[in-house]
Design a protein around this ligand. Structure first.
Ligand code: NIG
Ligand code: FE
Length: 418
């Protein structure tokens, strides 16, 4: 029986709940000054003021002194395209020279280039590339990462990517949640007969990934020059019938009515939502679809940010994630994400914390297990070297993570991977 006691935290800062919090509830954080947390066998068993901890209960615990530091739930990056090979910095430069993401894609660049590089890479190479990224994410306080496939585009290559995600999850240090996103782009082989690719996804890729239990979620890029509304609906309906929970890259570059479709299909989340209409957002609220906003992508594409204020004021459950990928957003920086969300999307720091913890957990169907510091949840915890949580944004873009625990095990100490 292994015990860990985190004591004398200047603040323990956490949302409370076992499901996502919408609207005003996103501002409700519990803050315990001079707080302490007792962990046993990877689970949180008690959270209280340091002076109130039962000494018997905490006997023989390894002690982590958090004096002068704040303690948050481990951050959750609920939307990434973690597993890929190759980079596309030349496209970034083209965009800086005002060429658009879609026009680069239509000329054969974009996602297809990362598909080409990823197909050439072995499973071992992909694993090693992704693993290095996970270690860096951990140093920014992240304890769980969602990872989408979609740089395969054939049955074998999609299986390869999903297998890598599964192995990464098994080997640690972070939890990796696998999403099938074969419907990322119409791959080159099917450019002139997209329906054949849709058929391949529905009839072969979805059933096989389901059978081998290689992914929990299925996502589709519903967008001009990618998958249209009808194709997205058919793919997601088939995925649902095979047992997947649904996600949609919705209204990222144009309004493709993705928010409406997410609500119609009772998706667990809809992502991006830069160009969604008010009615679509309202439908999402009614159907409890979590809005996963990805401001680093908007920043990188120089697009307007999603209307976080309107969504929260409407009562939606809003999560934030990085969308780390080699094209539209080559960043998994949590400090930068927090700063943009507060300063440019007008979210409060409390809302940002809820969006990166409990609501991010809701977006990956894990709010009952992770995303808050409460008895019974996994001891996924991030300790920041600052006296109060305002510093998370005040100290803009600076990583202040000191210690990270994953299921009660220290995986980052003094800012370094253990
Ligand atoms: O979320 N939009 C589709 N997928 C990614 C971009 C992937 C890429 O460009 O490689 C996104 O922005
Ligand atoms: Fe994405």
């Amino acid at each position: 029986m292994k015990k860990v006691l985190i004591t004398h935290a200047s603040q323990i800062v956490t949302p409370i709940g076992r499901s996502g919090r919408g609207g005003k509830g996103m501002n409700d954080l519990t803050v315990i000054e001079d707080g302490c947390i007792l962990i046993q066998d990877g689970k949180i068993i008690k959270v209280c003021k340091s002076g109130e901890m039962d000494e018997n209960l905490a006997r023989d615990a390894e002690v982590i002194d958090a004096k002068g530091k704040i303690v948050l739930p481990g951050l959750i990056d609920a939307h990434t395209h973690l597993v890929f090979a190759g980079t596309r910095e030349d496209e970034f430069s083209m965009r800086m020279a005002n060429e658009s993401y879609i026009s680069i894609m239509e000329k054969g660049g974009g996602i297809q280039r990362s598909i080409d590089a990823t197909r050439l890479a072995s499973e071992k190479e992909l694993y090693s590339l992704a693993k290095q990224r996970l270690y860096k994410m951990a140093k920014m306080g992240v304890t769980t990462v969602e990872a989408k496939s979609g740089y395969g585009g054939t049955l074998e290559d999609e299986i390869k990517q999903c297998r890598v995600a599964k192995k990464l999850n098994e080997s640690g240090p972070l939890s990796v949640v696998s999403t099938l996103m074969a419907a990322h782009t119409i791959v080159r082989e099917y450019k002139n007969e997209p329906e054949k690719y849709v058929k391949l996804i529905i009839e072969e890729i979805i059933p096989r990934i389901a059978k081998e239990k290689l992914a929990e979620f299925c996502d589709v890029f519903l967008e001009k020059s990618a998958f249209n509304y009808s194709q997205a609906e058919r793919i997601l309906t088939a995925a649902k019938a095979s047992g997947f929970e649904l996600k949609i890259h919705a209204d990222e570059i144009t309004n493709g009515k993705g928010a409406h479709l997410a609500a119609k299909l009772n998706a667990i989340s809809a992502e991006h939502l830069l160009f969604s209409d008010t009615e679509g957002l309202e439908e999402m609220r009614k159907h409890h679809v979590t809005a996963v906003l990805l401001p680093l992508t908007a920043f990188s594409l120089r697009e307007p940010y999603a209307k976080a204020r309107e969504m929260i004021d409407k009562g939606l459950v809003v999560a934030l994630a990085t969308d780390f990928n080699p094209g539209s957003c080559y960043s998994y920086s949590m400090p930068l994400l927090m700063a943009i969300a507060c300063l440019s999307m007008k979210m409060s720091i409390e809302e940002v914390i809820t969006a990166l913890t409990l609501n991010a957990a809701a977006a990956i169907n894990r709010a009952h297990k992770i995303g808050s510091i409460e008895a019974g949840k996994d001891a996924d915890i991030a300790i920041f070297d600052c006296p109060n949580y305002a510093h998370l944004v005040y100290h803009m873009g600076i990583n202040q993570v000191h210690t990270v625990l994953k299921k009660g095990e220290v995986i980052v100490r003094n800012g370094e991977n253990v």
